[in-house]
Design a protein around this ligand. Structure first.
Ligand SMILES: [Zn+2]
Length: 300
């Protein structure tokens, strides 16, 4: 009996002790992971994740602020995300307006997250819409710009974890090789269609169009559905260009795109600028564009 009592007490003591050591272990593990082995970083959109993941590999855990299916332009971080940001090592900015508000908030709260300008030295597309200048924030939608994003990421990672410099540099080289290969394929696919126009619902493909000498025409104007007059003008323009396809992103109104497609006796094709696997996505988009341009109904 005494032995049994002794062993039960031991057991309880052991549970209490292991409970304690578990939480201290967790704490020290979290500390160790965040400072030495693996760091948590935040990104705004999924394509950033694939770049950072490719270069940082096992040393990073990535949280995406705007999950797939959500529209990033006017995004509001959830309280849970704000809390998680506290323990993150860095936030990789891509230049979407809400990030500025976020940075300002964190600076005010004196929170030490490294805000990294992932889109530094990229050439932004600036539109003049009704006398108002607007910067196209979909900076990642370009194989040329992507190279700059990768380079900025590499430099940031080396600063954050200098001990893994060689590992990051090797991964970077491998990713750039893949990017170059994809870029070559894209050029082959799209070269015959230089100067062609494609219609999209939301203007997220301006950089892609610029890289390959294409013209993007958007149905949505400044984040708003077009007025009936603007809609009519767009339809005439599409008909003049013999457009048979309207591309629409899954985050946006399929109904308006459908109405547009019906008006031009064409079809709606879905393409997503927020797909995580950005290189495969580029190829997918190029193939869809190519087949829309090669439509037998076209007369160019
Ligand atoms: Zn957008």
């Amino acid at each position: 009996m005494k032995t049994m009592f002794y062993s039960i007490t031991c057991c309880i003591l052991f549970i209490i002790a292991s409970g304690c050591s578990d939480s201290t272990k967790l704490e020290s593990k979290a500390h160790k992971l965040s400072t030495n082995e693996q760091m948590t970083v935040f990104v705004t959109v999924p394509p950033q994740k694939s770049i950072i993941q490719a270069i940082a590999g096992k040393y990073v855990h990535i949280e995406v602020m705007v999950s797939p299916g959500k529209e990033p332009h006017d995004y509001q971080p959830t309280p849970k995300q704000m809390l998680a940001l506290y323990s993150a090592k860095a936030y990789f900015e891509i230049g979407i307006p809400f990030e500025k508000t976020l940075v300002a908030k964190f600076k005010k709260m004196n929170i030490k997250v490294n805000f990294i300008d992932m889109h530094k030295n990229t050439k932004q597309l600036v539109y003049d819409i009704n006398g108002k200048t607007t910067i196209d924030p979909h900076i990642w939608m370009s194989p040329i710009q992507l190279k700059t994003l990768c380079f900025n990421t590499l430099n940031a990672l080396i600063k954050l974890m200098p001990q893994h410099k060689v590992y990051f540099e090797n991964n970077y080289k491998v990713y750039i090789e893949k990017l170059d290969k994809t870029h070559k394929e894209l050029k082959v696919l799209l070269k015959p269609f230089k100067g062609n126009t494609f219609f999209v619902f939301h203007p997220a493909f301006g950089y892609f169009a610029r890289d390959f000498g294409l013209n993007q025409e958007a149905v949505e104007i400044e984040g708003k559905e077009p007025t009936p007059k603007e809609f009519f003008n767009l339809i005439s323009k599409a008909k003049r260009n013999d457009i048979k396809v309207i591309f629409v992103e899954p985050q946006f109104s399929q109904k308006s795109a459908q109405a547009f497609a019906e008006a031009i006796h064409g079809s709606v094709i879905s393409i997503n600028p927020l797909s995580e696997n950005i290189l495969d996505n580029f190829l997918y988009i190029a193939k869809e564009l190519k087949s829309s341009f090669s439509s037998p109904k076209r007369n160019n």
